[in-house]
Design a protein around this ligand. Structure first.
Ligand code: FAD
Length: 458
Protein backbone atom coordinates (compact mmCIF):
# COMPACT_ATOMS: atom_id res chain seq x y z
CA UNK A 1 0.00 0.00 0.00
CA UNK A 2 1.22 3.49 -0.82
CA UNK A 3 1.84 5.30 2.47
CA UNK A 4 2.08 8.79 1.08
CA UNK A 5 -0.95 9.17 -1.18
CA UNK A 6 -3.25 11.75 0.32
CA UNK A 7 -6.87 11.11 -0.58
CA UNK A 8 -9.82 13.41 -0.05
CA UNK A 9 -12.04 12.22 2.81
CA UNK A 10 -15.17 13.31 0.86
CA UNK A 11 -17.55 10.76 -0.69
CA UNK A 12 -16.09 10.09 -4.11
CA UNK A 13 -17.32 9.84 -7.68
CA UNK A 14 -14.44 7.88 -9.18
CA UNK A 15 -13.84 8.38 -12.90
CA UNK A 16 -11.49 5.73 -14.33
CA UNK A 17 -9.74 7.25 -17.35
CA UNK A 18 -9.30 10.92 -18.22
CA UNK A 19 -9.74 10.70 -22.00
CA UNK A 20 -12.72 11.99 -23.95
CA UNK A 21 -15.30 10.50 -21.61
CA UNK A 22 -13.41 11.07 -18.36
CA UNK A 23 -12.54 14.70 -19.14
CA UNK A 24 -16.11 15.65 -20.06
CA UNK A 25 -17.73 13.70 -17.22
CA UNK A 26 -15.44 15.35 -14.66
CA UNK A 27 -15.82 18.82 -16.20
CA UNK A 28 -19.62 18.55 -16.20
CA UNK A 29 -19.83 17.08 -12.72
CA UNK A 30 -17.15 18.68 -10.54
CA UNK A 31 -19.07 21.82 -9.52
CA UNK A 32 -22.29 19.92 -8.62
CA UNK A 33 -20.28 17.34 -6.68
CA UNK A 34 -18.52 20.09 -4.73
CA UNK A 35 -21.82 21.83 -3.98
CA UNK A 36 -23.15 18.58 -2.48
CA UNK A 37 -20.06 17.80 -0.42
CA UNK A 38 -18.74 15.11 -2.82
CA UNK A 39 -15.54 15.02 -4.84
CA UNK A 40 -14.88 13.89 -8.39
CA UNK A 41 -11.65 11.90 -8.70
CA UNK A 42 -10.05 11.15 -12.07
CA UNK A 43 -7.56 8.28 -12.21
CA UNK A 44 -5.39 8.12 -15.32
CA UNK A 45 -1.75 7.12 -15.88
CA UNK A 46 -1.40 10.25 -18.05
CA UNK A 47 -1.76 13.85 -16.82
CA UNK A 48 -3.71 14.79 -19.94
CA UNK A 49 -6.48 13.86 -22.33
CA UNK A 50 -5.24 13.04 -25.83
CA UNK A 51 -7.23 14.36 -28.79
CA UNK A 52 -6.64 11.19 -30.80
CA UNK A 53 -8.12 12.39 -34.12
CA UNK A 54 -5.10 14.75 -34.31
CA UNK A 55 -2.49 11.98 -33.95
CA UNK A 56 -2.04 11.53 -37.74
CA UNK A 57 -1.47 15.30 -38.06
CA UNK A 58 1.01 15.20 -35.18
CA UNK A 59 2.81 12.31 -36.92
CA UNK A 60 2.73 14.40 -40.12
CA UNK A 61 4.15 17.48 -38.39
CA UNK A 62 1.14 19.78 -38.89
CA UNK A 63 0.29 20.02 -35.19
CA UNK A 64 2.70 20.53 -32.31
CA UNK A 65 2.41 17.39 -30.09
CA UNK A 66 1.59 19.20 -26.82
CA UNK A 67 -1.22 21.10 -28.52
CA UNK A 68 -3.16 17.87 -29.11
CA UNK A 69 -3.30 17.31 -25.35
CA UNK A 70 -5.61 18.76 -22.69
CA UNK A 71 -4.06 19.06 -19.23
CA UNK A 72 -6.20 17.60 -16.43
CA UNK A 73 -4.78 19.93 -13.78
CA UNK A 74 -5.32 23.04 -15.87
CA UNK A 75 -8.91 22.26 -16.83
CA UNK A 76 -10.30 20.22 -13.94
CA UNK A 77 -9.73 22.65 -11.08
CA UNK A 78 -12.26 21.12 -8.65
CA UNK A 79 -11.36 17.52 -9.39
CA UNK A 80 -9.03 15.29 -7.40
CA UNK A 81 -6.47 13.98 -9.87
CA UNK A 82 -4.56 10.78 -9.28
CA UNK A 83 -1.92 9.88 -11.81
CA UNK A 84 -2.02 6.10 -11.76
CA UNK A 85 -3.44 3.01 -13.47
CA UNK A 86 -6.48 1.16 -12.30
CA UNK A 87 -5.60 -2.50 -11.75
CA UNK A 88 -8.83 -3.86 -10.26
CA UNK A 89 -12.32 -2.93 -9.07
CA UNK A 90 -14.20 -4.69 -6.29
CA UNK A 91 -17.56 -3.06 -6.81
CA UNK A 92 -19.18 -5.24 -4.15
CA UNK A 93 -16.86 -3.49 -1.66
CA UNK A 94 -16.92 -0.15 -3.60
CA UNK A 95 -13.14 -0.13 -3.80
CA UNK A 96 -10.78 0.41 -6.72
CA UNK A 97 -7.13 -0.61 -6.69
CA UNK A 98 -4.81 1.80 -8.44
CA UNK A 99 -1.11 1.49 -9.21
CA UNK A 100 0.59 4.79 -8.40
CA UNK A 101 4.31 4.77 -9.17
CA UNK A 102 4.50 1.03 -8.53
CA UNK A 103 2.56 1.21 -5.29
CA UNK A 104 -0.91 -0.23 -4.86
CA UNK A 105 -3.50 2.22 -3.50
CA UNK A 106 -7.04 1.29 -2.43
CA UNK A 107 -9.52 4.02 -3.33
CA UNK A 108 -13.00 3.89 -1.84
CA UNK A 109 -15.84 5.39 -3.85
CA UNK A 110 -19.53 6.15 -3.82
CA UNK A 111 -20.13 6.01 -7.59
CA UNK A 112 -17.82 4.78 -10.31
CA UNK A 113 -17.59 5.78 -13.98
CA UNK A 114 -15.67 3.36 -16.18
CA UNK A 115 -14.04 5.36 -19.00
CA UNK A 116 -10.71 3.59 -19.61
CA UNK A 117 -11.16 3.59 -23.41
CA UNK A 118 -9.60 1.14 -25.83
CA UNK A 119 -6.14 -0.19 -26.61
CA UNK A 120 -4.55 -1.15 -29.92
CA UNK A 121 -5.70 -4.60 -31.06
CA UNK A 122 -2.97 -6.77 -32.55
CA UNK A 123 -2.63 -10.37 -33.70
CA UNK A 124 0.13 -12.86 -32.95
CA UNK A 125 2.24 -11.94 -35.99
CA UNK A 126 5.92 -12.90 -35.58
CA UNK A 127 8.11 -9.82 -35.17
CA UNK A 128 5.22 -7.33 -34.92
CA UNK A 129 5.74 -6.53 -31.24
CA UNK A 130 9.47 -5.91 -31.82
CA UNK A 131 9.31 -3.89 -35.05
CA UNK A 132 5.86 -2.27 -35.18
CA UNK A 133 4.45 0.84 -33.52
CA UNK A 134 0.83 1.85 -32.89
CA UNK A 135 -0.80 5.26 -33.26
CA UNK A 136 -2.91 5.57 -30.12
CA UNK A 137 -0.76 7.89 -28.03
CA UNK A 138 1.07 11.18 -28.47
CA UNK A 139 4.38 9.45 -27.75
CA UNK A 140 3.82 7.09 -30.68
CA UNK A 141 2.88 9.95 -33.01
CA UNK A 142 6.03 11.88 -32.02
CA UNK A 143 8.20 8.79 -32.57
CA UNK A 144 6.66 8.12 -36.01
CA UNK A 145 7.30 11.72 -37.13
CA UNK A 146 10.89 11.74 -35.89
CA UNK A 147 11.60 8.31 -37.29
CA UNK A 148 10.32 9.11 -40.79
CA UNK A 149 12.23 12.41 -40.96
CA UNK A 150 15.42 10.85 -39.54
CA UNK A 151 15.23 7.89 -41.94
CA UNK A 152 14.90 10.24 -44.90
CA UNK A 153 18.06 12.00 -43.78
CA UNK A 154 19.95 8.75 -43.08
CA UNK A 155 18.67 7.02 -46.22
CA UNK A 156 19.76 9.93 -48.36
CA UNK A 157 23.44 9.31 -47.53
CA UNK A 158 23.36 5.51 -47.73
CA UNK A 159 25.34 3.90 -50.53
CA UNK A 160 24.02 0.34 -50.11
CA UNK A 161 20.87 0.23 -52.33
CA UNK A 162 19.11 -2.41 -50.16
CA UNK A 163 19.70 -0.47 -46.93
CA UNK A 164 18.57 2.75 -48.61
CA UNK A 165 15.39 1.10 -49.91
CA UNK A 166 14.62 -0.29 -46.47
CA UNK A 167 15.11 3.10 -44.80
CA UNK A 168 12.92 4.89 -47.35
CA UNK A 169 10.00 2.41 -47.29
CA UNK A 170 7.14 3.44 -44.99
CA UNK A 171 4.34 1.00 -44.19
CA UNK A 172 0.99 1.43 -42.46
CA UNK A 173 -1.23 -1.58 -41.72
CA UNK A 174 -4.99 -0.89 -41.41
CA UNK A 175 -7.26 0.87 -43.87
CA UNK A 176 -9.61 2.54 -41.39
CA UNK A 177 -9.69 6.31 -40.84
CA UNK A 178 -6.58 6.31 -38.67
CA UNK A 179 -4.50 4.28 -41.15
CA UNK A 180 -5.52 6.26 -44.23
CA UNK A 181 -4.98 9.61 -42.52
CA UNK A 182 -1.62 8.43 -41.22
CA UNK A 183 -0.18 7.14 -44.51
CA UNK A 184 -1.33 10.25 -46.37
CA UNK A 185 -0.01 12.69 -43.73
CA UNK A 186 3.33 10.82 -43.72
CA UNK A 187 3.50 10.88 -47.51
CA UNK A 188 2.81 14.61 -47.57
CA UNK A 189 5.45 15.29 -44.92
CA UNK A 190 8.04 12.93 -46.42
CA UNK A 191 7.68 14.44 -49.90
CA UNK A 192 8.16 17.93 -48.44
CA UNK A 193 11.27 16.74 -46.55
CA UNK A 194 12.64 14.98 -49.64
CA UNK A 195 12.10 18.14 -51.73
CA UNK A 196 14.58 19.91 -49.41
CA UNK A 197 17.16 17.14 -49.79
CA UNK A 198 19.07 17.13 -53.09
CA UNK A 199 20.20 13.51 -52.54
CA UNK A 200 16.63 12.15 -52.66
CA UNK A 201 14.28 11.91 -55.60
CA UNK A 202 10.53 11.26 -55.56
CA UNK A 203 11.07 7.69 -56.83
CA UNK A 204 13.31 6.84 -53.85
CA UNK A 205 10.40 7.02 -51.39
CA UNK A 206 7.99 4.11 -51.07
CA UNK A 207 4.68 4.20 -49.17
CA UNK A 208 2.59 1.06 -48.62
CA UNK A 209 -0.86 0.76 -47.07
CA UNK A 210 -1.89 -2.80 -46.21
CA UNK A 211 -5.57 -3.66 -45.68
CA UNK A 212 -6.94 -7.19 -45.15
CA UNK A 213 -10.43 -6.38 -46.46
CA UNK A 214 -11.48 -5.57 -50.02
CA UNK A 215 -12.21 -1.92 -49.19
CA UNK A 216 -10.99 0.87 -46.91
CA UNK A 217 -12.77 3.36 -44.62
CA UNK A 218 -16.07 1.68 -43.73
CA UNK A 219 -17.22 5.05 -42.32
CA UNK A 220 -17.74 6.56 -45.81
CA UNK A 221 -19.80 5.37 -48.79
CA UNK A 222 -18.30 2.72 -51.12
CA UNK A 223 -17.88 5.18 -54.03
CA UNK A 224 -16.03 7.61 -51.75
CA UNK A 225 -13.78 4.82 -50.46
CA UNK A 226 -12.96 3.90 -54.07
CA UNK A 227 -12.16 7.53 -54.81
CA UNK A 228 -9.82 7.61 -51.79
CA UNK A 229 -7.97 4.52 -53.09
CA UNK A 230 -7.44 6.09 -56.52
CA UNK A 231 -6.50 9.41 -54.89
CA UNK A 232 -3.84 7.71 -52.73
CA UNK A 233 -2.54 5.74 -55.71
CA UNK A 234 -2.28 8.95 -57.74
CA UNK A 235 0.07 10.21 -55.02
CA UNK A 236 2.27 7.15 -55.40
CA UNK A 237 0.97 5.34 -52.30
CA UNK A 238 0.63 1.58 -52.89
CA UNK A 239 -2.77 0.54 -51.52
CA UNK A 240 -2.75 -3.23 -51.10
CA UNK A 241 -6.32 -4.47 -50.52
CA UNK A 242 -7.15 -8.08 -49.56
CA UNK A 243 -3.61 -8.26 -48.19
CA UNK A 244 -2.39 -9.05 -44.71
CA UNK A 245 0.87 -8.96 -42.78
CA UNK A 246 2.03 -12.50 -41.96
CA UNK A 247 5.53 -11.89 -40.56
CA UNK A 248 7.56 -8.84 -39.58
CA UNK A 249 10.63 -10.46 -38.05
CA UNK A 250 13.63 -8.15 -38.16
CA UNK A 251 11.73 -5.63 -40.31
CA UNK A 252 11.41 -8.13 -43.19
CA UNK A 253 7.71 -7.87 -43.99
CA UNK A 254 6.00 -10.88 -45.51
CA UNK A 255 2.58 -10.08 -46.95
CA UNK A 256 -0.07 -12.63 -47.89
CA UNK A 257 -3.18 -12.45 -50.07
CA UNK A 258 -6.53 -12.67 -48.31
CA UNK A 259 -8.53 -14.75 -47.79
CA UNK A 260 -6.53 -17.64 -49.29
CA UNK A 261 -3.32 -16.67 -47.42
CA UNK A 262 -1.04 -17.33 -50.41
CA UNK A 263 2.27 -15.43 -50.42
CA UNK A 264 2.09 -11.88 -51.79
CA UNK A 265 5.22 -9.74 -51.59
CA UNK A 266 8.16 -9.56 -49.19
CA UNK A 267 10.24 -6.46 -48.58
CA UNK A 268 12.09 -4.68 -45.78
CA UNK A 269 11.15 -1.56 -43.87
CA UNK A 270 12.21 0.28 -40.72
CA UNK A 271 8.79 1.93 -40.36
CA UNK A 272 5.78 -0.28 -39.64
CA UNK A 273 2.79 1.58 -38.20
CA UNK A 274 -0.04 -0.65 -36.98
CA UNK A 275 -3.52 0.91 -36.99
CA UNK A 276 -5.58 -2.23 -37.62
CA UNK A 277 -8.21 -1.79 -34.96
CA UNK A 278 -8.81 -1.31 -31.26
CA UNK A 279 -10.36 -3.33 -28.46
CA UNK A 280 -11.79 -2.40 -25.07
CA UNK A 281 -9.19 -1.83 -22.38
CA UNK A 282 -8.47 -5.33 -20.95
CA UNK A 283 -8.33 -3.92 -17.41
CA UNK A 284 -12.13 -4.32 -17.32
CA UNK A 285 -11.53 -8.05 -16.87
CA UNK A 286 -10.08 -7.25 -13.44
CA UNK A 287 -13.45 -5.96 -12.24
CA UNK A 288 -16.68 -7.58 -11.07
CA UNK A 289 -18.68 -5.81 -13.81
CA UNK A 290 -20.56 -7.69 -16.56
CA UNK A 291 -18.42 -8.06 -19.70
CA UNK A 292 -19.87 -8.96 -23.11
CA UNK A 293 -18.30 -11.28 -25.71
CA UNK A 294 -16.17 -8.53 -27.31
CA UNK A 295 -14.62 -7.66 -23.96
CA UNK A 296 -16.57 -4.43 -23.33
CA UNK A 297 -18.43 -3.50 -20.16
CA UNK A 298 -22.15 -3.98 -20.69
CA UNK A 299 -24.14 -0.80 -20.28
CA UNK A 300 -27.70 0.28 -20.99
CA UNK A 301 -28.82 3.36 -22.93
CA UNK A 302 -28.89 5.35 -19.67
CA UNK A 303 -25.15 4.58 -19.44
CA UNK A 304 -25.60 2.56 -16.28
CA UNK A 305 -23.67 -0.70 -16.13
CA UNK A 306 -26.20 -3.46 -16.59
CA UNK A 307 -25.70 -7.22 -16.82
CA UNK A 308 -27.89 -10.31 -16.94
CA UNK A 309 -28.93 -9.67 -13.32
CA UNK A 310 -30.09 -6.13 -14.04
CA UNK A 311 -28.65 -2.67 -13.35
CA UNK A 312 -25.50 -2.59 -11.23
CA UNK A 313 -26.18 0.23 -8.76
CA UNK A 314 -23.76 3.19 -8.58
CA UNK A 315 -21.81 2.09 -11.66
CA UNK A 316 -21.65 3.82 -15.05
CA UNK A 317 -19.74 3.37 -18.29
CA UNK A 318 -19.34 5.14 -21.64
CA UNK A 319 -17.02 5.43 -24.62
CA UNK A 320 -14.75 2.82 -26.19
CA UNK A 321 -14.59 0.68 -23.05
CA UNK A 322 -18.34 0.02 -23.08
CA UNK A 323 -21.05 -1.64 -25.16
CA UNK A 324 -23.87 0.94 -25.24
CA UNK A 325 -26.99 0.15 -27.32
CA UNK A 326 -27.36 2.34 -30.41
CA UNK A 327 -31.03 3.33 -30.24
CA UNK A 328 -30.94 4.79 -33.76
CA UNK A 329 -30.74 1.23 -35.10
CA UNK A 330 -27.25 1.88 -36.51
CA UNK A 331 -23.97 0.71 -35.04
CA UNK A 332 -22.37 -2.70 -35.23
CA UNK A 333 -24.33 -5.54 -33.60
CA UNK A 334 -26.80 -2.91 -32.32
CA UNK A 335 -24.09 -1.16 -30.27
CA UNK A 336 -22.54 2.29 -30.65
CA UNK A 337 -19.26 2.12 -32.59
CA UNK A 338 -16.13 3.32 -30.78
CA UNK A 339 -15.64 6.91 -31.85
CA UNK A 340 -15.26 10.38 -30.44
CA UNK A 341 -18.69 11.47 -31.64
CA UNK A 342 -20.30 9.00 -29.26
CA UNK A 343 -17.71 9.36 -26.49
CA UNK A 344 -18.26 13.12 -26.07
CA UNK A 345 -22.05 12.96 -26.20
CA UNK A 346 -22.27 9.93 -23.94
CA UNK A 347 -19.99 11.66 -21.43
CA UNK A 348 -22.19 14.75 -21.27
CA UNK A 349 -25.34 12.66 -20.82
CA UNK A 350 -23.66 10.43 -18.28
CA UNK A 351 -22.79 13.48 -16.16
CA UNK A 352 -26.41 14.67 -16.38
CA UNK A 353 -27.78 11.24 -15.47
CA UNK A 354 -25.41 10.94 -12.56
CA UNK A 355 -26.53 14.35 -11.26
CA UNK A 356 -30.17 13.31 -11.67
CA UNK A 357 -29.55 10.05 -9.86
CA UNK A 358 -27.41 11.46 -7.01
CA UNK A 359 -28.78 14.95 -6.47
CA UNK A 360 -32.27 14.79 -8.02
CA UNK A 361 -31.27 17.42 -10.61
CA UNK A 362 -33.30 16.70 -13.78
CA UNK A 363 -34.39 13.39 -15.24
CA UNK A 364 -32.38 10.36 -16.27
CA UNK A 365 -32.48 10.11 -20.07
CA UNK A 366 -31.47 7.52 -22.66
CA UNK A 367 -28.61 8.02 -25.10
CA UNK A 368 -29.63 8.37 -28.72
CA UNK A 369 -27.44 10.07 -31.32
CA UNK A 370 -27.88 10.14 -35.07
CA UNK A 371 -24.52 9.80 -36.82
CA UNK A 372 -23.27 13.19 -38.10
CA UNK A 373 -21.05 11.63 -40.77
CA UNK A 374 -17.29 11.51 -41.00
CA UNK A 375 -14.46 13.82 -42.05
CA UNK A 376 -10.88 12.84 -42.87
CA UNK A 377 -7.81 14.84 -43.85
CA UNK A 378 -5.11 13.44 -46.14
CA UNK A 379 -2.46 16.13 -45.84
CA UNK A 380 -2.70 19.79 -46.84
CA UNK A 381 -5.83 20.65 -48.91
CA UNK A 382 -6.82 16.99 -49.40
CA UNK A 383 -9.59 15.03 -47.72
CA UNK A 384 -12.92 13.28 -47.89
CA UNK A 385 -16.13 13.89 -45.95
CA UNK A 386 -19.61 12.47 -45.58
CA UNK A 387 -21.84 14.92 -43.75
CA UNK A 388 -25.33 13.80 -42.74
CA UNK A 389 -27.90 16.49 -43.62
CA UNK A 390 -31.21 15.75 -41.86
CA UNK A 391 -34.05 15.04 -44.33
CA UNK A 392 -31.70 15.40 -47.35
CA UNK A 393 -29.35 12.45 -46.84
CA UNK A 394 -25.58 12.55 -47.09
CA UNK A 395 -23.51 15.42 -48.46
CA UNK A 396 -20.38 13.88 -49.97
CA UNK A 397 -17.30 16.07 -50.28
CA UNK A 398 -13.78 15.42 -51.51
CA UNK A 399 -10.62 17.47 -52.01
CA UNK A 400 -10.09 20.95 -50.50
CA UNK A 401 -13.73 21.38 -49.36
CA UNK A 402 -13.61 18.09 -47.45
CA UNK A 403 -10.25 19.09 -45.99
CA UNK A 404 -11.77 22.39 -44.81
CA UNK A 405 -14.72 20.50 -43.29
CA UNK A 406 -12.21 18.24 -41.51
CA UNK A 407 -10.26 21.16 -40.08
CA UNK A 408 -13.42 23.11 -39.24
CA UNK A 409 -14.99 20.17 -37.42
CA UNK A 410 -11.92 19.18 -35.44
CA UNK A 411 -10.95 22.77 -34.71
CA UNK A 412 -14.37 23.19 -33.09
CA UNK A 413 -14.39 19.76 -31.44
CA UNK A 414 -11.00 20.16 -29.74
CA UNK A 415 -11.89 20.68 -26.06
CA UNK A 416 -11.15 24.03 -24.35
CA UNK A 417 -10.69 27.39 -26.05
CA UNK A 418 -6.97 27.70 -25.28
CA UNK A 419 -6.32 24.32 -26.95
CA UNK A 420 -8.37 25.25 -30.03
CA UNK A 421 -6.35 28.45 -30.24
CA UNK A 422 -3.01 26.60 -30.10
CA UNK A 423 -4.05 24.07 -32.76
CA UNK A 424 -5.43 26.73 -35.12
CA UNK A 425 -2.20 28.73 -34.61
CA UNK A 426 -0.21 25.65 -35.69
CA UNK A 427 -2.31 25.38 -38.82
CA UNK A 428 -1.86 29.07 -39.61
CA UNK A 429 1.91 28.85 -39.04
CA UNK A 430 2.15 25.75 -41.27
CA UNK A 431 0.05 27.54 -43.90
CA UNK A 432 2.50 30.45 -43.95
CA UNK A 433 5.84 28.70 -43.40
CA UNK A 434 5.06 25.11 -44.46
CA UNK A 435 5.27 22.03 -42.28
CA UNK A 436 7.87 21.97 -39.56
CA UNK A 437 10.30 19.34 -40.87
CA UNK A 438 12.89 19.34 -38.10
CA UNK A 439 13.32 15.89 -36.55
CA UNK A 440 14.12 15.82 -32.83
CA UNK A 441 16.61 13.01 -32.47
CA UNK A 442 17.98 11.60 -29.23
CA UNK A 443 14.77 11.76 -27.18
CA UNK A 444 15.51 8.30 -25.83
CA UNK A 445 18.98 9.23 -24.61
CA UNK A 446 18.77 12.90 -23.62
CA UNK A 447 21.71 12.63 -21.19
CA UNK A 448 24.15 11.18 -23.72
CA UNK A 449 25.78 14.52 -24.59
CA UNK A 450 26.09 15.58 -20.98
CA UNK A 451 27.52 12.22 -19.96
CA UNK A 452 30.10 12.44 -22.71
CA UNK A 453 31.17 15.91 -21.48
CA UNK A 454 31.07 15.06 -17.79
CA UNK A 455 33.05 11.81 -17.97
CA UNK A 456 36.61 12.22 -16.74
CA UNK A 457 38.92 12.75 -19.72
CA UNK A 458 42.00 10.57 -20.01
C1 FAD B 1 -5.47 7.75 -34.58
C2 FAD B 1 -6.90 7.89 -34.17
C3 FAD B 1 -7.74 8.73 -34.89
C4 FAD B 1 -9.08 8.86 -34.54
N1 FAD B 1 -9.88 9.69 -35.26
C5 FAD B 1 -11.18 9.82 -34.93
C6 FAD B 1 -12.02 10.70 -35.67
O1 FAD B 1 -11.58 11.32 -36.64
N2 FAD B 1 -13.33 10.80 -35.29
C7 FAD B 1 -13.83 10.10 -34.22
O2 FAD B 1 -15.04 10.24 -33.92
N3 FAD B 1 -13.06 9.29 -33.49
C8 FAD B 1 -11.75 9.12 -33.82
N4 FAD B 1 -10.94 8.29 -33.08
C9 FAD B 1 -11.54 7.53 -31.96
C10 FAD B 1 -11.65 8.36 -30.67
O3 FAD B 1 -10.43 9.00 -30.39
C11 FAD B 1 -12.07 7.44 -29.52
O4 FAD B 1 -13.28 6.82 -29.87
C12 FAD B 1 -12.23 8.22 -28.23
O5 FAD B 1 -10.98 8.68 -27.79
C13 FAD B 1 -12.86 7.35 -27.12
O6 FAD B 1 -12.92 8.07 -25.94
P1 FAD B 1 -12.77 7.31 -24.51
O7 FAD B 1 -12.87 8.33 -23.45
O8 FAD B 1 -13.68 6.14 -24.47
O9 FAD B 1 -11.29 6.71 -24.55
P2 FAD B 1 -9.91 7.53 -24.59
O10 FAD B 1 -10.09 8.88 -25.14
O11 FAD B 1 -8.95 6.60 -25.24
O12 FAD B 1 -9.53 7.68 -23.05
C14 FAD B 1 -9.22 6.57 -22.23
C15 FAD B 1 -8.36 7.09 -21.08
O13 FAD B 1 -8.21 6.02 -20.15
C16 FAD B 1 -6.88 6.03 -19.69
N5 FAD B 1 -6.54 4.70 -19.16
C17 FAD B 1 -6.10 3.63 -19.86
N6 FAD B 1 -5.89 2.60 -19.02
C18 FAD B 1 -6.19 3.04 -17.78
C19 FAD B 1 -6.16 2.44 -16.50
N7 FAD B 1 -5.76 1.17 -16.30
N8 FAD B 1 -6.52 3.19 -15.43
C20 FAD B 1 -6.92 4.47 -15.59
N9 FAD B 1 -6.98 5.08 -16.80
C21 FAD B 1 -6.62 4.37 -17.88
C22 FAD B 1 -6.06 6.45 -20.89
O14 FAD B 1 -4.78 6.95 -20.51
C23 FAD B 1 -6.95 7.50 -21.52
O15 FAD B 1 -6.66 8.79 -21.04
C24 FAD B 1 -9.60 8.14 -33.41
C25 FAD B 1 -8.74 7.30 -32.67
C26 FAD B 1 -7.41 7.17 -33.05
C27 FAD B 1 -6.49 6.27 -32.25
Amino acid sequence: MAENIELSPKPRILVVGGGYVGLYVAKNLEAAAEAHGDIVTVVDPLPYMTYQPFLPEVAGGSIEPRHALVSHRQHLKKTEIIQGSLTAVNHAAKTATVDVDGESVEIPYREIVMAAGAVTRTFPIPGLAETGIGLKSIEEAVEVRNRVLSLIEEGSTMTDPAARERALTFVVVGGGFAGIETISELEDMARAAAAQNPRISREDLRFVLVEAMGRIMPEVAADQAEWVVSHLRSRGIEVLLNTSLADATGGRLQLINMPDKTPAQTFESDTLVWTAGVMANPVVRQTDFPIEERGRIQANAKLQIEGPNGVVPNAWAAGDVSAVPDLTGGGVGGMCVPNAQHAVRQAKLLAKNLKASLYGEGEIAEYKHENLGAVAGFGLFKGVARIAVPKYGDLKLRGPLAWLAHRGYHGMAMPMFERKYRVVSDWVAAGIFGRDLTPVDGLESPRALFEASAKPKK
